[in-house]
Design a binder for this molecule. Structure first.
Ligand SMILES: Cc1ncc(COP(=O)(O)O)c(C=O)c1O
Length: 389
């Protein structure tokens, strides 16, 4: 991508860090670690060594033992394996699943598929800041509840749920907790040694690793039914030849993702953007003002059609919300859950900053968005009276 595009869509995906690409390349070349890690010859065992090193790097980043990290193709698969795998494995003990309306589609569509198979699902409703109260989780747990699935960092608003407290509710009622932490690494700590979480979905491509690789943290003793059959890899629960280069890339990406170092830099960029854009008449922040990740700023510009704004600032990559829903015509289910009308949800933009964001790009974005909002409002006959400060 040329530098003429300003990339402020790091919540959708990130570029691969050059150090990650170099580590991956070593596993692709004829004199590198390309062998099948399941092969018993020395080349295979060397590749296996690299896989296990990556497993340890990922485990270290989330304060978990290495053998709790099981590789998948990404957070979507991890969410599916966690939810379907746990519900199917415990189908005789309990058929009730609890989740929330603001989850990623990887969870919501999986929950809907479980409902079609005769499982019962409770969808918790967040408050207008996007938060789920731990008491709501406690109140929803029934005798036949098997699993609660609540995300950590919301991909559209950046709102961070109180997983520690939610985990305590689940643990005290002997209910499993699954957490989608796809957006968290490098931005908000994921202390699995402190959370009472049994299953946690991780991915590489939100944190400068390659697409198509992820992991599921599985607390020892958690029963999961496999969704695929075909080999003994990943304890037979997730069979298939291990993608050494992808796994090594993910390991390297997680090693580089130092939250203590990076989160304050991201927060400074996000705050610089908000300081500039908050001067626009009527602009509002979507999601909790403080309990949120440093990389996401979701704003509503009343009276401005979101798609028109994105077209007007085409040299700046921002999005309406989740990239996977970008072609869906309906309003964001996350912003609707926060109580926004379809019109306000359609006037919202997600800006997300990352490792390669520069202050000059933020300043340019402030200038361009401010001018474009003014132009679009002018075309529409001026900003409505209620949205002037
Ligand atoms: C919160 C959340 N969960 C799940 C996913 C899906 O992750 P992946 O692209 O690794 O399947 C994403 C990213 O799109 C996400 O932001």
């Amino acid at each position: 991508m040329t530098k003429r595009t300003i990339y402020l869509d790091y919540a959708a995906t990130t570029p691969v860090d050059p150090a990650v690409a170099a580590a991956m390349r070593e596993c692709l070349e004829p004199d590198g670690n390309f062998a099948n890690p399941s092969s018993s010859h020395s080349a295979g065992q060397r590749a296996l060594g690299r896989v296990e090193e990556a497993r340890a790097q990922i485990a270290a980043r989330v304060s978990a033992p290495a053998d709790t990290i099981w590789f998948t193709s990404g957070a979507t698969e991890s969410d599916n394996l966690a939810i379907q795998g746990a519900m199917l494995a415990h189908r005789d003990q309990g058929r009730h699943l609890i989740t929330s309306r603001t989850e990623h589609k990887a969870v919501l569509d999986t929950a809907a598929a479980m409902e079609k198979q005769g499982f019962e699902v409770t969808y918790l409703v967040c408050d207008s800041d996007g938060l789920i109260a731990p008491e709501q989780v406690a109140a929803a747990i029934k005798d036949d509840t098997t699993l609660v699935s609540i995300m950590h960092v919301n991909n559209e608003t950046g709102v961070v749920q109180d997983i520690t407290a939610i985990g305590e509710c689940c643990r005290s009622r002997a209910v499993l907790l699954h957490v989608d932490a796809a957006q968290s690494i490098g931005k908000v700590p994921v202390p699995l040694d402190q959370w009472a979480a049994d299953l946690v979905a991780l991915t590489a491509h939100k944190v400068y690793g390659p697409k198509g690789i992820g992991a599921l943290y599985v607390r020892p003793g958690t029963k999961l039914a496999p969704l695929m059959y075909g080999g003994a890899q990943e304890r037979g629960v997730r069979p298939g030849t291990l993608a050494t280069h992808q796994i090594v890339g993910m390991g390297q990406a997680y090693e580089l993702a130092d939250t203590d170092r990076e989160a304050p830099v991201l927060a400074a960029m996000r705050d610089r953007l908000w300081a500039g854009l908050s001067a626009i008449d009527g602009v509002r922040l979507n999601g909790h003002p403080t309990q949120r990740s440093p990389h996401v700023l979701n704003l509503v510009f009343p009276g401005v059609d979101g798609e028109s704004l994105r077209l007007g600032i085409a040299e700046i990559a921002v999005s309406a919300g989740a990239a996977c829903n970008a072609t869906a015509p309906e309003a964001s289910h996350v912003l609707s859950a926060l109580g926004l009308s379809d019109t306000l949800a359609g006037s919202s933009q997600r800006f997300s900053v990352g490792r390669f964001t520069e202050p000059a790009e933020i300043d340019y974005t402030i200038e361009r968005v401010t001018a474009e909002v003014a132009r679009l409002r002018e075309l529409a006959g001026g900003a409505p009276a209620w949205c002037t400060n």
